[in-house]
Design a binder for this molecule. Sequence first.
Ligand SMILES: Nc1ncnc2c1ncn2[C@@H]1O[C@H](COP(=O)(O)OP(=O)(O)OP(=O)(O)O)[C@@H](O)[C@H]1O
Ligand SMILES: Cc1ncc(C[n+]2csc(CCOP(=O)(O)O)c2C)c(N)n1
Ligand SMILES: [Mg+2]
Ligand SMILES: [Mg+2]
Ligand SMILES: [Mg+2]
Length: 332
Amino acid sequence: MSTHGRPQQEGARSDSPRPGTVAAAGEFGLIRTLTRGRTQPSTTLLGPGDDAAVVAASDGRVVATTDVLVQGVHFRLDWSDPEHIGRKAVAVNLADLAAMGAVPTSVLVGIACPPETETTMLAALTDGMWAEAERARAGIIGGDVVGADQLVLSVTALGDLGGRPPVTRSGARPGDVLAICGRLGWAAAGLAVLGRGFRSPVGVVNAQRYPEPAYQAGPAAAIAGATSMIDVSDGLLADLGHLAAASEVGLDVQTARLTVDQRLVDVGTALGADPLRWVLTGGEDHALAATFPSYADLPEGWVQIGTVLLPDTGVTVDGMPYEGDSGWEHWR
Ligand SMILES: Nc1ncnc2c1ncn2[C@@H]1O[C@H](COP(=O)(O)OP(=O)(O)OP(=O)(O)O)[C@@H](O)[C@H]1O
Ligand SMILES: Cc1ncc(C[n+]2csc(CCOP(=O)(O)O)c2C)c(N)n1
Ligand SMILES: [Mg+2]
Ligand SMILES: [Mg+2]
Ligand SMILES: [Mg+2]
């Protein structure tokens, strides 16, 4: 029987990290260290731990989220046009709003860059940011520009819940249906192609350059009664792991329900890679994953990929634990 095993992540360190460093803590251990033991003001309706926070103002609520993108880590200037990078930086944030069931309203953009950076490059990048924001009927309302050794983009997005409660990571219940909306594995396939020096097939390469999240699918899922939701940034299994932990449930993914597009199969064959591994553990497509009560009708574009199980079984694939990395983790 297959264990869906995967080799060690490319570039992964074989030596163990020095104790006390972020590499030793791990990305999520670090976040725990930085967030625990803090008392939030009463205006914080939902604090750290989800795709976005919810804050109260005396005349309403705002959903807020932020993500940082670093040259060489999240994008390369020789792999992407500036417009692509701008689109990606905004899209990854708007996907977090959608994963709460919110509609984007506004974007704030921090840009750090070296002195030799071409102004025209940043103008083109900003065109991409505006194009992506406008796709979601949002605008760029402010930001900051500072000097740095490499290009760093810090984007904050604000959204509107339309009077509904946020859809958190913690509401999945045993018996719910696990579903996704959007593509999986495409950006990872594109990363493999670009990493080997190729620029085609353009479908997967463009998927790595910028995601095209179905923003309206988040609010639609909320209206349809979604019990929990997350966007897939690090990898399906990794992000479902956050949802399972927050909800204290098991999640079983049935691979027969997953689409492995023929284009991914072809790229996998050409590169000697397993396309199912891209689908299960590749990040950056920003599909939405959500759970729905079994009696709910799934909104348009959503497809069942598994089921929610009784507590504490973690994430399984066809009923078995997954061997190998479940997705991207910084410093691993
Ligand atoms: N330095 C920090 N201080 C407070 N909260 C943080 C910090 N870094 C991350 N968080 C919070 O930790 C949670 C998990 O962050 P994470 O970045 O994994 O989520 P995400 O943005 O949905 O995923 P991704 O960054 O992969 O797109 C979020 O609620 C985030 O706001
Ligand atoms: C040059 C280059 N090298 C590697 C990758 C792959 N990558 C980087 S960050 C990430 C997960 C999401 O990031 P975050 O968790 O910060 O949102 C992935 C899959 C890339 N896109 N570009
Ligand atoms: Mg997210
Ligand atoms: Mg983040
Ligand atoms: Mg991440």
